[in-house]
Design a protein around this ligand. Structure first.
Ligand SMILES: Cc1cc2nc3c(=O)[nH]c(=O)nc-3n(C[C@H](O)[C@H](O)[C@H](O)COP(=O)(O)OP(=O)(O)OC[C@H]3O[C@@H](n4cnc5c(N)ncnc54)[C@H](O)[C@@H]3O)c2cc1C
Length: 412
């Protein structure tokens, strides 16, 4: 019997957390996912003996909803080192986070990533944000852009170009840093307090863990929803499912004519994977490329951080490369040349594994929020909205939005 059921449309992080919330209230929801597996933007493929995430993505251990719903020990996560390795045209140097690695303070103070003043300001800002709540990171900063905030805070052009732009450009998937400053402050707090980690079995393990812990939710994959009313959902194959309430945990505009034209725009990204026969030592750091002639924004050696990204016991290194912009057809050859230059690997060391072009990676949101009242998730009578686009572009937001929409639906 599907009558009177809560129906969730979309099996990404938002939909899965919505299911947890409904189960916790004693319900047995039905979750409909159009793909063959749940996960949404959290997907991992196994290719040629490697685990390849669909796009470079890290899990921030300090996210409030991650702490609430995920068992990081069971995910066997391993962490990147804080800071970054900056590659310029002629030089390269380590940039340590003074809050996370105080022993590196002296080295960091001398590194040419920014001025001494920049490093003092960054430490002060980090400490201030660590003492602030996530709500306080957002309050008053949702209209200002990240780049405006950074300039007004008194940082120099040197640290903007050598650290903030490549690092947060990679996080926000836009190099102009026009993302609201609220996100910059929140993400900086998360990095200062916690770690950027990878689950041993790839980023999709997050979704698999969420799905695996559900006990009374019926998950139907390969079921695309075509239309939604406040009484039923209609599947692509014309089947109708009566509903008690619906949680739309994906982009809602295709279902509701009243939302036409107000659909969310998305930022895209391109991620390439290479295998190097030579082992590359980058000390578990994210590499930031500060070189206008390079196509690469960041790269990292994944198996240094999570050795299980290599499925076979083989030597060499698995390298994930994120490009600055969506590339043209020669992108692989150009990126390979750039990577050889930045890593100083011999010409024959690299082989290309796979390219992921992800057109809908993060929502491009003018207005962001940390949270909302559950009642605000209601679109029409018995239809509730979830998904990262409802709050801000992050896994934390996706999970929180799922919980809030379910709490809203439970009041019907
Ligand atoms: C490359 C990349 C890097 C990222 N990096 C980070 C990061 O470092 N930190 C961070 O916090 N976040 C990051 N994110 C964002 C994070 O992954 C997302 O915010 C989160 O996964 C979104 O979850 P969601 O449930 O809102 O949406 P989605 O994951 O998009 O889930 C929506 C689901 O709905 C399904 N669906 C859609 N239409 C229908 C339909 N008609 N019928 C049935 N099902 C349907 C889809 O198939 C999908 O499974 C990154 C994302 C990408 C792609």
């Amino acid at each position: 019997m599907t009558q009177d059921k809560f129906v969730i449309v979309g099996g990404g992080a938002a939909g899965l957390v919505a299911a947890h919330t409904l189960e916790a209230a004693g319900h047995a929801p039905l979750l409909l996912e159009r793909e063959a597996e749940v996960g949404g933007r959290l997907r991992t493929d196994e290719v040629d003996g490697f685990r390849l995430d669909r796009g470079f993505q890290v899990l921030l251990s300090e996210y409030p909803e991650v702490k609430r719903y995920l068992d990081l020990d069971a995910l066997q996560v391993s962490a990147f080192r804080p800071g970054g390795h900056v590659h310029m045209r002629q030089q390269h140097f380590r940039f340590a986070d003074p809050l996370r690695e105080p022993a590196q303070l002296f080295r960091s103070a001398l590194s040419p990533v920014g001025t001494l003043n920049d490093k003092i300001r960054l430490a002060q800002l980090g400490l201030k944000l660590m003492r602030s709540t996530p709500e306080e990171c957002f309050r008053g900063y949702t209209q200002q852009t990240t780049i405006d905030f950074i300039w007004k805070y008194g940082f120099s052009e040197q640290i903007v170009e050598r650290f903030f732009r490549p690092f947060f450009g990679g996080v926000f998937l836009e190099q102009r840093l026009e993302t609201p400053a609220a996100m910059f402050r929140f993400v900086l707090k998360m990095f200062a307090q916690g770690s950027a980690v990878l689950p041993a079995e790839g980023i999709q393990a997050v979704a698999r863990q969420l799905a695996g812990k559900l006990q009374r939710t019926e998950i139907r994959t390969g079921h695309a929803v075509r239309s939604i009313t406040d009484r039923e959902v209609i599947l692509d194959d014309d089947r109708r499912i009566p509903t008690r309430a619906v949680i739309v945990a994906c982009a809602p505009d295709p279902f509701f004519p009243q939302l036409a034209g107000s659909g969310t725009e998305y930022k895209s990204t391109t991620n390439l994977y290479f295998y190097s026969t030579r082992r590359l030592k980058e000390n578990r750091l994210i590499n930031l490329v500060v070189d206008p002639t390079s196509t690469i924004n960041t790269f990292c050696v994944l198996d240094e951080v999570a050795p299980t990204y290599k499925l076979r016991n083989q030597g060499g290194s698995l390298i994930s490369v994120s490009l600055k912009e969506c590339p043209d057809t020669d992108s692989v050859a150009q990126a390979e040349q750039d990577l050889l230059r930045h890593t100083r690997l011999p010409n024959d060391a690299l082989s290309f594994l796979k390219q992921y072009d992800i057109p809908h990676a993060l929502p491009r949101l003018g207005a962001v929020a940390f949270s909302a009242d559950a009642t605000q998730t209601r679109l029409i009578d018995r239809v509730f909205l979830a998904g990262d686009q409802q709050l801000n572009g992050s896994l934390d937001a996706a999970m929180r939005s799922g919980r809030l929409a379910a709490e809203g639906a439970l009041r019907t």
